[in-house]
Design a protein around this ligand. Structure first.
Ligand code: PLP
Length: 411
């Protein structure tokens, strides 16, 4: 019997480039230096640099496991009823200001990434030719998501390397220059990767320009709570837009602020200006979700719904959020103090204190980043971003030494 030699039908598939974040994590794992630091991953770590399970999440998980025989039943519809609370919580003030004139669809989805991808699919189907404006720089996956959805995008200026701060004039000019009706992707707070957020007055100006150009604001809200430590304050940007009666999209993640990374829980909120629009948008989003992941995971959704829907648990969460953000602020301060004490070159390190949230954009060159890793065992992304969530106060002085050496001795 002759065996037919199969011709490979997968020959034409080219190798995808490796994920840069996975590369950083793997190299970090393989390094056994005692002072090694992983500043590449945007996940919260304790002072011992360990993952953190929030107490309120432990409590609610135990409750959920103890009382439900429906625990692993799938939710047939993509809408988990308790998510009503989440919506009200995200934009609660504007919701009240507008006396319920704003109607929203609020659907649970697969964390921040899944919410962004769902919105991208909606844009691709119903806003043909519209493009999404994204900040330069931005979280690396934004480009992947819009490319994957075949949604055209372009960049608006955001980071000014001279000031290590916001290029506000550039941002406004680019948003103004974009074709009318573009989607403007804004980081709700704690911008990734720069750690630079607009001031409240700047947010107002951004909203003016977006309104003038009939653009649609699209908030990526992955770090609520990590900018100021206060969940409410961090919602200022989108509440300000919603209070103007603007239609908007919010891709919300509960991965970071509830420490539910692997539960993949988030929500896509769409604020529409009429109930008819909201119903149609909802029907289409449900259809897209049904065809891509059918129904969402429920465990994380139940945790979020229980925490947000119960005033005592909600307060407990707010307190834990404050503690997590507070730890990051304190290592920022300690790192800055160590740099000032050790470096007498006159270099301005104040950007470390000015940036907020988990990240800082250091301005280190590729060669300097290479020195940080090969000589100092400090792992970070190639764009020069560091995540302060991966730093302990015990290692601030060590990191300061690494920075000073890399900035001054490597060009
Ligand atoms: C700016 C930004 N948006 C969205 C996400 C996606 O988060 P999730 O893990 O919830 O998908 C991240 C995660 O790092 C992020 O940094």
């Amino acid at each position: 019997m002759t065996v037919a030699v199969e011709v490979s039908r997968f020959n034409d598939i080219t190798m995808a480039p490796p994920d840069p974040i996975l590369g950083v994590s793997e190299a970090f794992k393989a390094d056994d230096h005692e002072m090694k630091l992983n500043l590449g991953v945007g996940a919260y770590r304790t002072e011992d640099l360990q993952p953190y399970v929030l107490n309120v999440v432990k409590k609610v998980s135990c409750f959920i496991y103890s009382c439900s025989c429906l625990l692993h039943e799938s939710v047939l519809c993509v809408y988990y009823i308790c998510f009503e609370y989440v919506l009200k919580f995200d934009i609660t003030f504007s919701y009240k200001i507008c006396r319920q004139k704003i109607l929203c669809w609020n659907g649970e989805s697969i964390s921040g990434t899944g919410s962004l991808r769902l919105a991208a699919a909606l844009i691709e189907r119903y806003f043909t030719g519209s493009k999404v404006l994204i900040s330069s720089p931005t979280w690396g996956n934004h480009k992947n998501i819009f490319n994957d959805a075949r949604v055209p995008w372009s960049e608006y200026r955001y980071y000014d390397p001279k000031t290590v701060g916001l290029d506000f004039d550039g941002m406004i000019a680019d948003i103004k220059a974009a074709p009318e009706g573009s989607f403007v992707l804004l980081h709700g707070c704690a911008h990734n990767p720069t750690g630079i957020d607009p001031t409240p007055a700047q947010w107002e100006r951004i909203a003016d320009v977006i309104q003038e150009k009939s653009h649609i604001p699209f908030f990526d809200f992955a770090y609520q709570g990590f900018a100021s430590g206060c969940l409410d304050k961090d919602a200022l940007s989108m509440r300000l837009f919603a209070a103007r009666g603007m239609e908007l999209l919010i891709a919300q993640s509960y991965g970071k602020n509830m420490g539910l990374y692997a539960e993949r829980i988030g929500a896509l909120n769409v604020v529409c200006s009429s109930s008819e629009d909201a119903k149609r948008v909802k029907s289409q989003l449900k259809r897209i979700a049904r065809a891509t992941y059918s129904s969402p995971p429920v465990h994380g959704a139940r945790i979020v719904a229980n925490v947000v829907g119960n005033p005592d648990l909600f307060n407990e969460w707010k307190e834990e959020m404050e503690l997590m953000a507070g730890r990051i602020t304190s290592v920022r301060k300690k790192l800055y103090d160590s740099l000032i004490a050790k470096d007498n070159s006159g270099k301005d390190w104040s950007f470390i204190l000015k940036h907020i949230g988990m990240f800082s954009f250091t301005g280190l060159t590729e060669a300097q980043i290479e020195n940080m890793t090969s000589k100092w065992h400090v792992y970070m992304t190639k764009d020069g971003r560091i995540s302060l969530a991966g730093l302990s106060s015990a290692k601030c002085e060590y990191l300061a030494d690494a920075f000073i050496d890399s900035f001054h001795n490597v060009s």
